[in-house]
Design a protein around this ligand. Structure first.
Ligand code: NZQ
Ligand code: ZN
Length: 386
């Protein structure tokens, strides 16, 4: 196992009826900006619960944060935060609202220039100040509620980039599984697939003798495989919703990735598909991951065999047959969620591969657990998914 440092200061408040605890968590005298998306919180009663809990607080609102949140939208909120001297941000929504709020939090305190720079130069610029954030999560998927990462898109350049900082980790996140009840099938399926691939990015690499991390990862994968379909079949199955929600949080709160190699190339390539074609984040992952497993089958061999055996019960056949079956099972799982897994299913033309490859070439991108995935390897992976 590798050396590691782990710090996760996010307080999780989990369960039915817990939104009422907001007033305990948000400092008194705060001037709050409540951030939200396209309006689902008005339909499912979450907004009313938040407002009831925050009676007596000064609460401003900023809505209209889109899925795959835009820098251009976030900068409008940054203006508002500065003008109104907001000192607490409350994100109410899915990963997009949470990510946007993290960006707003850091951007409002950034004095060195255009905040887009801390996405472009994420490893050179470190964030030194941010407005405190609390969250009410309404969609289990990204893990944003318990991590310091945000992914922001820029319309003018068709880019989608991430940054991370301890300073934008929420002070608290409220996770009420009843929020799942109002999710459309598509968002439940996306959430299951996204959480599944988060685990795979931290698990499907190469062995470093870390059986506990492996078992934790496999526990989350198996729970998603077992509980996910229950949520799809019956949206008001509280226990299934709760298990799904907690699985998605644990998939990306940093814990399972400690002391082990991490990949993240499926995400890196997936973000480009969203940037160019607006495809839902999770769906891009379901397209790319099977190609990653196919093209990187030798480098990932030991872990693919372990995954096949422990998640899908594949114990016989030659090494290559077992790998083929593990890939088939993974594809079948995504398709059972009604998530198509080929580029053609999303009308992505072959020219998009050229654009992505050219961009990676120009950026000098190298991804994956051994940094071997360059533009040429990216081409092979995407051509496998045509
Ligand atoms: O905008 P509203 O009206 O709220 O509707 C949303 C949106 O249309 C809706 N929704 C959310 N909760 C709902 C609901 N509808 C009914 N009932 C509810 N309870 O769902 C739609 C999608 O929401 P969104 O927040 O975009 O989805 P998700 O949580 O999947 O977030 C995706 C974003 O997170 C980023 C992705 O790249 C993408 O931009 N990610 C963030 C990560 C992180 N911070 O660590 C890691 C991930 O890998 C990912 O990259
Ligand atoms: Zn993801």
């Amino acid at each position: 196992m590798y050396n590691f440092e782990y710090q996760n200061p996010v307080k999780i408040i989990f369960g039915k009826g817990q939104i009422a605890k907001l007033a305990v968590e948000v400092p008194k005298e705060s001037k709050i900006l409540l951030t939200y998306g396209g309006g689902s919180i008005f339909k499912n009663g979450v907004y009313d619960q938040v407002k009831a809990a925050l009676k007596g607080y000064e609460v401003l609102e900023f809505g209209g944060i889109e899925p795959n949140p835009l820098y251009e939208t976030c900068m409008k909120a940054v203006e508002l935060v500065k003008r109104e001297k907001v000192d607490f941000l409350l994100a109410v929504g899915g990963g997009s609202v949470l990510d946007a709020t993290k960006f707003i939090s850091a951007a409002a305190c950034y004095t060195q220039g255009d905040p887009w720079e801390f996405l472009v130069h994420r490893f050179e610029i470190s964030i030194t100040a941010a407005i405190p954030i609390g969250t009410v999560l309404t969609l289990p998927a990204t893990g944003s509620e318990m991590n310091g990462t945000a992914v922001i898109s820029r319309q003018s350049t068709q880019e989608k980039l991430a940054f991370a900082s301890l300073l934008v980790m929420p002070k608290f996140s409220i996770l009420d599984p009843e929020c799942v009840f109002s999710l459309p099938d598509r968002q439940v399926a996306n959430g299951i697939a996204d959480a599944f691939v988060h685990v795979m990015e931290q698990y499907l690499t190469f062995p470093v003798n870390s059986p506990l991390q492996d078992r934790l990862a496999e526990g989350i994968l198996l729970t998603l495989v077992e509980e996910g379909p229950k949520v799809l079949a019956n949206r008001t199955d509280y226990d299934a919703a709760a298990n799904f929600m907690w699985s998605a949080t644990l998939a990306l709160n940093g814990l399972i990735g400690m002391g082990v190699p991490q990949d993240w190339a499926t995400h890196g390539i997936g973000h480009e598909l969203t940037a160019y074609h607006g495809i839902d984040h999770a769906r891009t992952l379901a397209v790319v991951l099977p190609g990653m497993m196919q093209i990187r089958r030798r480098q990932k061999e030991a872990k693919i065999l372990q995954y096949g055996e422990r998640i899908w019960g594949i114990t016989s056949g030659s090494t290559d047959e077992r790998i083929d079956r593990a890939i088939e099972k993974t594809v079948a799982f995504f398709e059972s969620l009604e998530i198509p897994t080929r580029l053609v299913d999303y009308q992505v033309p072959a020219e998009t591969i050229d654009r992505i490859v050219a961009r990676f070439e120009q950026r000098g991108t190298r991804m994956g657990e051994t940094r071997e995935i360059d533009s040429a390897e990216t081409r092979r992976i995407l051509e496998d998914r045509l």
